[in-house]
Structures are given as C-alpha cells and as structure tokens.
Design a protein around this ligand. Structure first.
Ligand SMILES: [Zn+2]
Length: 421
C-alpha cells in the first residue's frame, strides 16, 4: 500500500536538486574539491564529478587550482568554485520615465550601464522596444551578444506576477493592463526573461549582494515619494498569494491623517515619505532658507501636486540643512524619522526579522535620521524581537535597481533555473 507521505518522483527533479545543491556549495565554500563537495552534500562521488564537469562546461563553475597534498599522501584534487566573474546577466529597471539597463556579473558587479528616457508613447509595445534597443546598444558597446547572457531580469514599478511574468497594473503606465512582459521580451530577444516588481528585485539585490547576504529573514524599506517594502522570510522572497506583498506603506497609522493616493487616510506613507516632510515645510513659517516653489491652489483649496523631482530636491535640501545644524530642518527630519520608525516597530513586532535594511535617495547615510529611527523603535517595538533586529542603511551606493533585476537571474540559478535547450 502506498503511504500518503510518499512523494511521487518527478523525472529530472532529483538531478535538478543535486545540481542546485552543488552550485550552492561551490558558491558558499569554493574553492572546494569534488570529494569535499561529496562529503558536504552526501551525494555520491561519481554524481558530483559529473555535475561539476557539466557546470564547468556551461561556464557556471571554474577550476582554480589544486588542493594541498593530503597527509596520507593521496593525490591532490582540483579546486572548483562558482564562476561568478564569468556569469553575466542583464538587469533592466523600469522607472516612471526611464529605462536603466546594466550588464551584471555573478558577483553583482556592474560591467556596463545605459539609461534611456522613454518616449511620450507609454503603451506596452513602444516601452518594450526602448528596453530591447537599450539592451542591444549596451551589448554592442561592450562587444557582446545576447547569447553570452544567462538571462535577463526586469524590475517594473507595478503589480506584477513573477510566476507568469505578467504586469497587471502599473500606476505610471495607465495603458498597461495584464501585459505579458516576460513572454513579449522573450519572443523579441530569444533568451530567458524573469519579471518582478521593483521592490521585490531590490530585496533580492540585498540578499545576494548587499546587507541581507547573511540573513534568512529581513525586510527592505524605502522612503522617498512614497514608502515601499519587501519581505525576505525563511530564506525566500515573500511575494504573497497574489504576488502583491509589500504594500505596508498603506497601513493606517492615523485614522484622520492626510489623504493618500490610494484613497485611504493616514496611511504610513502619507506621514513617513519625504513628500510629507516637504509638505510640512510649506505649512511652516520657519523655513525661509528653503526655496519653496509657488504652487497654484485649486477651487477646493488644495495645493497643486509637486513633481517627484521637485520633492526629491527639496528633501535633499532639508537633509543638508539639518546636517549643517539648521534647527527647523533638524526638527523636520526628526519628525519624518519618527513616523518612519513607528512603521518599522510594527514590522519588527509582526515579522521578527533579523535585519531591516533602509534606503532612499534623501535618507541614505544620514546619522541623525538613523539614530532617530532606532530611538523610536527602542521605545515602541517589543523587547525580544527588537533586540534580535538590526536597522541598517543599504550598502548600495547606486545601481540597486538594475543589480536587483539581474538578481532575478541569479536567484533563478539557485532555485529553479533551467537552461534553454
Ligand atoms: Zn495609502
């Protein structure tokens, strides 16, 4: 009688798992010999030998020397490691008005980058054509071809299904509804493509190449025009059943707070984004040092919206003024950091992560911001999860988006990568 617990064999699945195990070990412990790989993995030596040879042939493993002779006088074995420098993939990061493309190796190092503005036509086809042309131009400049790439990862600012590669909704691309970006790009380029939303790919960048490398459980949180987050839990990116996880910027923290873009009031991002800090400056009479642009007031009394680049510029100026000791700027920054910290305390209480990695153009590297956030968390989060969690800035100075997009390819390599036949 067959037990319910018996797992049916899937042809090729064991081989695929062995292959991933060997790749993991080569990446983590390399340079390493075949016998040592067999010891670590409990996979038979002949199987290990065959797998390592195959990986070397595919350019994923490399031989880097010979181990020291053993005490018993045995024949020294060749040493292998993951061929991180030789593995290359393309990261494509779509922003509101540009496409950034980079060639990234298996160490997360950017070997070349190109950025293009999108044209006025934001329909899917013209935008995808800009992606293809930018990638082709970058490869030509680097004297490379598509065939040399392991694959392409694409980060998109919108609700995206990683499993199907379909972008369901993108607020800045109103004509996009259920666009099969993965399949369309695959048809145009003829190589493997992975697509996910921009926050998710940034968490993958941290996991593979940044401050999340040593963590199995962490969150990434960005403060900018809005607040966005991603959660990496139990050693995998948590996407949620509908793959929309991460919209924690829209949890209510003030029931009658400012109106949010999502229609709700008092969402965390209406108070913790840099937009709030800039709006507070407009309401203050204490900031003559800040060149606030004049805004038109509509019939209902509300001020016209500021463009994202204007908010970024003003937020930078407030941070710089705070660093120079301007009291009103320090006050604005502290209040901004306080609201940001309140949300982090909730994440710590809810998820018990090892680390929260924060980033954002204005906040990066600002000690006063980080210290204020940590103080608020100390006051508000529960002791046990709080003491287990460190709050740090992202270690990426630039390129996090394209490195994250390319991380989709690296992540697939260590989870479910199947080379094109
Ligand atoms: Zn909201």
């Amino acid at each position: 009688m067959t037990s319910f617990l018996e797992i049916p064999a899937v042809p090729g699945s064991l081989r695929q798992m062995n292959r991933m195990t060997v790749l993991h070990l080569l990446r983590k412990f390399g340079p390493i010999t075949k016998p040592a790989l067999a010891n670590y993995s409990r996979i038979s030596r002949p199987t290990i030998s065959k797998l390592v040879d195959e990986l070397e042939e595919q350019g994923l493993a490399e031989r880097v020397g010979v181990a020291a002779p053993t005490a018993s006088g045995g024949k020294p074995g060749a040493l292998y490691r993951f061929n991180a420098e030789g593995v290359q993939s393309a990261g494509v990061f779509l922003t509101v008005d540009t496409v950034r493309v980079a060639l990234v190796n298996g160490n997360g190092r950017v070997l070349g980058r190109l950025e293009r503005h999108l044209g006025l036509d934001r329909q899917p086809e013209p935008v995808l054509n800009v992606i293809v042309e930018t990638l082709q131009d970058l490869l030509a400049a680097l004297h490379m071809t598509l065939a040399q790439l392991l694959g392409i990862g694409v980060g998109v600012p919108g609700l995206t299904s990683f499993a199907t590669g379909v972008v369901h909704f993108a607020p800045h691309f109103p004509q996009w509804h259920d666009v099969p970006v993965r399949d369309l790009l695959k048809a145009k380029l003829g190589i493997e493509v992975w697509v996910d939303n921009d926050c998710h790919v940034q968490a993958l960048a941290e996991r593979h190449f940044g401050a999340g490398q040593s963590c199995t459980d962490f969150a990434t949180v960005e403060s900018g025009i809005g607040v966005s987050a991603a959660f990496y839990l139990q050693d995998s990116l948590y996407r949620g059943v509908g793959e929309t996880a991460g919209e924690i910027g829209h949890m209510t923290i003030q029931e009658d707070g400012p109106l949010c873009e999502c229609g709700n009031r008092g969402c965390w991002e209406t108070l913790a984004a840099t937009t709030w800090m800039v709006e507070q400056a407009y309401q203050s009479e204490q900031v003559p040092w800040l060149p606030l642009p004049t805004r038109v007031r509509s019939e209902d009394g509300s001020l016209e919206k500021l463009a994202p680049d204007v908010i970024n510029t003003l937020a930078h100026m407030i941070f710089r003024a705070a660093q120079e000791g301007q009291p009103e700027a320090i006050d604005l920054l502290r209040r901004h950091a306080m609201y940001f910290g309140i949300g982090l305390a909730t994440i710590i209480n809810t998820l018990n992560p090892q680390r929260i990695i924060i980033w954002g153009d204005s906040i990066k590297g600002d000690d006063l911001f980080l210290e204020t956030v940590r103080d608020v968390v100390r006051q508000r989060a529960m002791r046990r999860p709080r003491e287990m969690c460190t709050i740090v800035f992202s270690s990426f100075v630039q390129d996090v988006g394209v490195i994250g997009a390319a991380s989709l390819v690296i992540d697939a390599l260590f989870t479910h990568y199947q080379p094109l036949s």
